[in-house]
Design a protein around this ligand. Structure first.
Ligand SMILES: Cc1cc2nc3c(=O)[nH]c(=O)nc-3n(C[C@H](O)[C@H](O)[C@H](O)COP(=O)(O)OP(=O)(O)OC[C@H]3O[C@@H](n4cnc5c(N)ncnc54)[C@H](O)[C@@H]3O)c2cc1C
Length: 269
């Protein structure tokens, strides 16, 4: 089986992490149940002692129209999905134009922007444990209960590509920092905004080492250059502590934290 040495301070969107070996899997037979499957690490914070890691290989990077539906491989990047949809005049995926990730990560996280979510046009997900129909999957805001590697997803084709939506999504990003981050750090608690709560407890712009809750948008934990995991995790815990003390609200991480010292978000296939 192939492995790749990956420098997570370059590979992950938040630019935090050391160099670790990652297995590249080309079939379900190669899936190691002790390893954690990563996509393109736009929503992951890698710790100092992560579990063994794996990723899907090139064979899962494809997108095609077959029998009137859209089939997308688990390792297909969001940019490729949007380009294909634009070229073939397919609607419903415009929101991923500025949403970094690969299909597997987008589906697992039910990635989205406001009412636009990857599950909206989803029909079926193929995993190493067989196919799952959308109605058999539990999903919600930035969540799905799929617990097997996503190899492919099938979507309906029922609208045409809307360039104006791409512009709209671009504008919606204007209040977000361009400094490296993993997107929103915490999920918005029901009826409130994580960013507002972080600001209320005095952590907007608060910096430890190179890691900071952004001045531009407090729910973005940004890396100003050379930031380390220990500082990131300190800030995450500090925000959770302060928000709980002041509002009795438990902030839930949207970022997936991969470190064997943290019991927070670890999950293995
Ligand atoms: C600047 C920025 C802006 C962002 N804005 C948004 C936004 O508006 N909305 C939003 O929803 N997200 C946003 N994100 C977060 C991120 O883009 C999404 O969560 C995306 O779905 C992550 O995809 P990934 O391939 O990078 O997954 P990773 O970060 O690598 O993994 C995320 C999770 O998916 C699982 N996973 C990955 N691949 C598979 C697979 N094949 N099968 C099963 N599970 C898998 C991993 O195990 C992990 O639990 C943003 C991130 C950044 C950096």
């Amino acid at each position: 089986m192939k492995t790749k040495l990956i420098d997570f301070s370059k590979f992950s969107s938040i630019k935090v992490g050391e160099v670790f070996d990652v297995k590249v899997v080309e079939s379900c037979d190669e899936i190691d149940t002790d390893s954690y499957l990563i996509g393109s690490c736009n929503n992951i914070l890698i710790g100092n002692t992560p579990p063994p890691l794996m990723m899907l290989g090139k064979g899962y990077d494809y997108i095609k129209i077959q029998n009137g539906v859209l089939k997308i491989g688990g390792a297909t990047p969001s940019g490729k999905i949007v380009s294909f949809c634009k070229k073939h005049n397919i609607g419903g995926f415009e929101f991923v134009s500025h949403l970094p990730g690969k299909l597997g990560g987008l589906v697992k996280m039910n990635a989205g922007l406001k009412e636009f979510e990857i599950f909206n046009n989803l029909l079926l997900v193929s995993t190493c444990q067989g196919s799952l129909k959308k109605e058999d999957i539990e999903y919600g805001y930035r969540y799905s209960d799929i617990n097997s590697p996503i190899l492919e997803a099938t979507f309906t084709i029922n609208s045409t590509f809307d360039k104006q939506k791409v512009e709209l999504f671009k504008k919606m990003r204007l209040n977000q920092p361009s400094t490296p981050s993993a997107g929103s750090c915490f999920k918005n608690p029901q009826g409130d905004y994580a960013g507002r709560l972080i600001e209320e407890v005095g952590l907007k712009g608060y910096r430890v080492g190179a890691m900071e809750f952004s001045q531009k948008h407090a729910n973005f934990l940004v890396n100003n250059g050379g930031g380390i995991y220990d500082d990131a995790i300190f800030l995450i815990k500090e925000a959770q502590k302060r928000v709980y003390e002041k509002f009795k609200i438990k902030l839930e991480c949207e970022i997936v934290i991969l470190d064997s010292m943290q019991s927070m978000e670890q999950k293995r296939f």
